[in-house]
Design a protein around this ligand. Structure first.
Ligand code: MSP
Length: 486
């Protein structure tokens, strides 16, 4: 059985999840479910990045102790993932013992490699992004990433010799080009690395909410350094067990603005610690809302739970994958969501299944025939797209098949047929619906289950996505989706 290990970012707990977090987690869920359907042994991890100044400040604002604050909020996140049907295998919190206890082991390895030294950091810090920023990186005196005000920092600090890893990193990118995915984001990283790497400050003095730096507890480990380790501590590292089974990770799915941490800092630290490098970091794009950047101050932050309650979890999941390629930016609007629901889920899929089952229910002959509709189905190609993380492309192909099936109904006009001719058309349509129910499973798990129950078929795997004998017991049920009226 092939092993497959995928992670989402470990999210800061300075608020509730929004659609940006939800879409990344849903994408990772879709990928995980697809791999499970292939028969792979999947380990899917999400979690929370709980230390650092940003979380500490969020707790202070509410006059709460940071631990009590994150303990409360993490439940909201877990509940959100539950209601969006996220099938994670483990959830790592960086304030857990299993994480905190392992961090000193990792730092000891960097130290042993001669990669840690004490120095002095002078520059800027963005609390929102928990990032050190140099004078030249500032944009109009603000954080180049989020545009917020930055703090001047002059502090004693321990450093990691990131500068030493320039050639090794460039070597890694050359040897494994798909490590930097999608490829159109690779140049940016490579150019910056070619331009030279400054050593990285890996501790913060005077920050109480964090993991004490081993051997010098006046310092706290820089939140990014320990958070990245969550991808290993969740597997029980430094223990060998599950770590031995699943490491290196197959995919770290991350947002484009945190690509640098995952494709430069993370592999350099792993090289220093002599630990294998993950196979791929995939940087996804961002959502705007009604054409604007989503922000608390604009007041356009979309709550994924509210939206999925209003429109349905599966419709929301479908929309997020269908609306834009994973790597690219895209726009969210309720109007666009409604258009997808009415135009595709109701009119294409819902309509197909309802029509087919209505006919099947009235038919008392043999549902048998010759496969013909399957010539429009290229499951190998769909699988290949999924393995490349082109979820958008794969769903597009699946949908083309749904539309072919509808076209087949219109062309064959089965309501005018009877006997074997009708049996043949129904055979093709029911097999198409069965295969569709399998293929959409990772994207829309409840809809897939509902379809299977209406078709009277059991759970299917990727290997079952070809026409064989239809042996279901079809029984028309309610519509899969209902039209959204204005
Ligand atoms: N804690 C770090 C990650 C550490 S991983 C070891 C972090 N957390 S975060 O809570 O800020 O989550 C950020 C994630 O949400 C990023 O991957 C980011 O790209 C994503 N998004 C934030 N706003 C977004 C949109 N508007 N659209 C899509 N994703 C966005 O960074």
């Amino acid at each position: 059985m092939a092993k497959f290990y995928i992670t989402t970012p470990l999210y800061y707990l300075n608020g509730n999840p929004h659609i940006g977090h939800a879409s990344a987690t849903i994408a990772a869920d879709v990928i995980s479910r697809w791999h499970r359907m292939r028969g792979d042994d999947v380990f899917f991890v999400t979690g929370s990045d709980e230390h650092g100044e940003k979380n500490q400040k969020a707790a202070e604002q509410l006059k709460k102790d940071p631990q009590a604050y994150v303990d409360g909020l993490v439940e909201t996140w877990k509940k959100a993932w539950g209601s969006l049907d996220i099938s994670y295998d483990d959830f790592i919190r960086t304030s857990e013992k299993r994480h905190e206890a392992a961090v000193p082991d990792f730092l000891a390895r960097l130290k042993k490699a001669g990669d840690i030294y004490k120095g002095f950091y002078e520059g800027w810090y963005c609390v929102h992004d928990e990032t050190f920023i140099t004078d030249t990186q500032l944009r109009d005196g603000k954080c180049p990433e989020c545009g917020r005000a930055v703090t001047r920092v002059k502090e004693e600090s321990y450093f990691f010799k990131l500068g030493r890893y320039q050639d090794l990193l460039l070597g890694l990118y050359a040897k494994n080009p798909s490590f930097l995915s999608p490829s159109y984001r690779a140049d940016e990283v490579k150019n910056r690395v070619r331009g030279g790497l400054k050593d990285l400050s890996i501790t913060r003095p005077s920050l109480v909410w964090g993991i004490p730096f081993p051997g010098d507890s006046k310092h706290t480990v820089y939140v990014w350094v320990e958070a990245l380790l969550g991808y290993m501590t969740v597997l029980g590292w430094p223990g060998k067990g599950r770590f031995g089974e699943f490491w290196p990770a197959d995919v770290h799915l991350v947002g484009k603005e945190i690509n640098w941490f995952h494709t430069v800092i993370w592999p350099a630290m792993l090289m220093s610690a002599d630990i294998p490098i993950p196979r791929k970091v995939f940087a996804h794009g961002w959502w705007t809302v009604d054409g604007k950047k989503m922000s608390k101050s604009v007041g356009n932050v979309i709550d994924p739970i509210k939206i999925s309650k209003a429109y349905g979890v599966d419709a929301f999941r479908y929309f997020l994958i269908r609306e834009k390629p994973l790597g690219e930016d895209g726009d969210f609007s309720e109007a666009a969501l409604k258009a997808r629901i009415n135009g595709e889920l109701v009119a294409d899929l819902g309509n197909l299944v309802y029509r087919v089952l209505s006919l099947a229910e009235r038919f008392d002959g043999n549902i048998e025939g010759t496969p013909e509709l399957d010539k429009h189905l290229d499951i190998k190609r769909i699988d290949a797209l999924m393995l490349e993380l082109d979820l958008f492309g794969a769903l597009n192909e699946i949908w083309a098949f749904v539309r072919e099936a509808n076209r087949y109904v219109n062309e064959k006009e089965p309501w005018k047929l009877q006997g074997d001719a009708l049996g043949n058309v129904l055979y093709n349509l029911l097999e198409a619906c069965r295969v569709i129910s399998i293929m959409i499973g990772p994207f829309m798990p409840s809809t897939s289950a509902k379809m299977r129950s209406q078709l009277g078929v059991g759970q299917g795997y990727l290997k079952d996505c070809r026409f064989g004998k239809f042996d279901g017991k079809p029984k028309k049920g309610s519509y899969l989706f209902t039209k959204i009226e204005n």
